[in-house]
Each structure stands twice: as structure tokens, then as C-alpha cells.
Design a protein around this ligand. Structure first.
Ligand code: TYD
Length: 141
């Protein structure tokens, strides 16, 4: 497996169908929009101010993280470099490669964080401690 670094994780612009009168619509379609097909969608909401989420990495999972409402900051860490992304646009998504330690914080009031994921929920795909994460990176680098 080739491990990626934080600079391989980027903001993807999603298409935005704009109508002056009726508002906006953004589409994500398998085979067209993302570098992976979506097998699971989940969303975080009602996150109290000051709370953080994430603090784990995935071995194989690819994700697109979208602030469909409000804003929050995602910090990615590949064991060498950290990169923070402020997300506040429903027509942009942060594409996260496997093997990134991620932390989500600074949720605004009413923020909704939608995550599109390349696979179903698998406990075995999670790396839950930072020490284990660093070991995982070393094993594959
Ligand atoms: P967790 O991944 O720890 O959330 P976060 O990292 O954002 O803080 O998940 C919280 C709980 O939700 C945990 O008990 C597992 C459960 N969960 C599922 O059952 N299925 C899923 O797809 C996800 C993402 C979480």
C-alpha cells in the first residue's frame, strides 16, 4: 500500500446548480464526482461549542467531508505534517485519503458535517490511538 501525505488531501469543488429564485443544489454522483464510490453517508450535528470529534485514522477508508451547514475546521496529520482546512461551503468537500489522523473542531452553532465514505462501517478499519497511528505509518513508509 502506498501511503499518502496531507498534500494529497484537497478541497474538491462540487457542482452547484444555482437559481436566483429557488436557491442552490449540489449533486454527488458515483462514477462522476469523487475518486471513490460512496457506500455510506453519515453526519455530525448538534456538536456543542468547544467539542472536538474524530481523533482517529482509517486504514483504507476514503472520505469526503462537507460542511453542509455552518462551519468547522478539519486538521489532517500524516505523521510528519499537519494541515488544517476551514470548511464552510456546502459546495466544497475535503477529500481525505486513507492513513490520515483527523480532528474536527471549532464547530459553529448549527453546523452539520456530512461525511461520504468509500465503505461500510468497519471497526477493524479504525486506528484509535496516536501511538498506533504512528506505528501504522512507519510500517508502510
Ligand atoms: P466515532 O467514529 O467515534 O465518531 P467521531 O470520530 O466523529 O467522534 O463514532 C461515534 C459512534 O457512532 C461510535 O459508537 C460508532 C458509531 N458509528 C456507527 O455505528 N457507524 C458509523 O458509520 C459511524 C461513523 C459511527
Amino acid at each position: 500500500m502506498v501511503l499518502r501525505n496531507v498534500f494529497d488531501c484537497t478541497i474538491l469543488e462540487l457542482d452547484k446548480h444555482h437559481s436566483d429564485r429557488r436557491g442552490n443544489l449540489t449533486v454527488v454522483e458515483n462514477g462522476k464526482t469523487l475518486p471513490f464510490d460512496v457506500r455510506r453517508t453519515y453526519y455530525l450535528y448538534d456538536v456543542p461549542g468547544g467539542e472536538s470529534r474524530g481523533a482517529h485514522a482509517h486504514r483504507e477508508l476514503e472520505q469526503l467531508i462537507v460542511a453542509v451547514s455552518g462551519s468547522f475546521t478539519v486538521t489532517l496529520d500524516d505523521g510528519h505534517c499537519k494541515r488544517s482546512f476551514f470548511l464552510n461551503r456546502p459546495y466544497q468537500g475535503l477529500y481525505v485519503k486513507p492513513g490520515m489522523w483527523r480532528t474536527l473542531e471549532d464547530f459553529s452553532s448549527g453546523a452539520v458535517c456530512m461525511v461520504l465514505a468509500s465503505d461500510v462501517y468497519k471497526v477493524s478499519d479504525y486506528i484509535r490511538t496516536y501511538d498506533e497511528f504512528i506505528q501504522f505509518r512507519k510500517d508502510y513508509e
